[in-house]
Design a protein around this ligand. Structure first.
Ligand code: ADP
Length: 297
């Protein structure tokens, strides 16, 4: 695997890249990186060039292909920094993604403000085909469906909540009132008319970072064109971002009225996904959220 990765880098950059696992002071090495939830991650270097590599089983190649394509789309929006993707590939055992290595630092009051501004700028990127993307991708390692649709309410009902409920049922998870919920989502969102925005799609604090120079960086996206509020809602789900992040965002592009009411519905998608990925206590949290959303109908 590592030989293949070295060769792939050499092929694409036209420069020699050889790791020799710390056999001498001039040699490069690879170091495991912790913090991810799905893949094995490494920093690899030949002592000169540096890359970030994630590995998973061979069958996950399409997941990495989608991540490369998503990072590229965010990079092309020229709004917020993401690691520049280099390539993806596979051998008989593993699939891999290779991207730019960015030494990470910490956010400060002011750099969180800039992250809020830059995310709002990224959300300004829209798409004429509506809500969705040109391909499916993954959220965690659950498939995420992105067929283009004109109606945001229908998109969110079918391809976000509806699909996760189906997956939950397949693994024996049963939630009350899901049919009523899915049926009512277009009505709940009827008065809200978002433009399609390029969204990160999985914006919890583990995927928001800063370079050592304090530059905001977004990692590990699950992009599509959707209501920008899905990203803001998710930043509040596992411990909110610092206040200045929201100030920077609101100053650049204020949220529409009624956002607070949509927040629980949007975050239900991620809690259902967590139930599907990890099970356990997420079941009762999902049910509470379903009941909360339906109480507004
Ligand atoms: P996973 O797909 O397994 O969730 P992530 O993409 O979130 O993995 O990466 C795991 C961790 O590695 C991140 O939380 C971050 O600390 C670090 N990391 C991710 N991408 C880079 C990068 N390009 N350069 C340096 N560190 C990175």
């Amino acid at each position: 695997m590592w030989t293949k990765i070295q060769q792939h880098i050499q092929q694409l950059t036209g420069r020699e890249f050889v790791m020799c696992d710390g056999l001498g002071p001039a040699c490069g090495h690879r170091t495991p990186v912790s913090g991810g939830s799905i893949n094995q991650a490494y920093h690899i270097t030949d002592g000169n060039q540096h890359y970030f590599v994630k590995l998973n089983q061979a069958s996950k190649e399409a997941m990495f292909e989608a991540e490369v394509t998503g990072l590229q789309e965010m990079h092309n929006s020229r709004s917020i920094r993401v690691p520049k993707p280099l390539c993806w590939g596979t051998d008989s055992e593993y699939s891999y993604i290779i991207m730019e290595w960015i030494p990470l630092g910490h956010g400060k009051t002011q750099t969180w403000f800039v992250m809020g501004q830059q995310l709002a700028q990224m959300h300004r990127q829209s798409h004429p085909q509506g809500f969705g993307w040109h391909r499916n991708n993954t959220i965690g390692d659950t498939p995420q469906l992105n067929s283009w649709m004109e109606s945001w309410g229908q998109f969110f009902a079918e391809q976000r909540i509806g699909y996760q409920v189906q997956l939950a049922q397949r693994r024996g998870g049963y939630f009350r009132h899901t049919a009523a919920l899915i049926e009512n989502i277009p009505t709940l969102l009827a008065g809200h008319h978002p433009v399609p925005s390029l969204v990160h799609g999985d914006l919890w604090s583990g995927n928001a970072a800063f370079s050592q120079m304090g530059e905001p960086i977004l990692l590990d996206p699950a992009i599509y064109y959707g209501d920008r509020e899905v990203d803001i809602a998710m930043t509040t789900l596992f411990g909110a971002f610092p206040l200045t992040f929201y100030q920077g965002y609101q100053e650049t592009w204020p949220l529409a009225e009624g956002y607070q009411q949509r927040q629980v519905l949007y975050n239900l998608y991620h809690i259902l996904n967590h139930f599907n990925l990890f099970g356990g206590g997420y079941a009762s949290q999902a049910q509470d959220m379903i009941d909360q959303v339906l109480a507004r109908v």
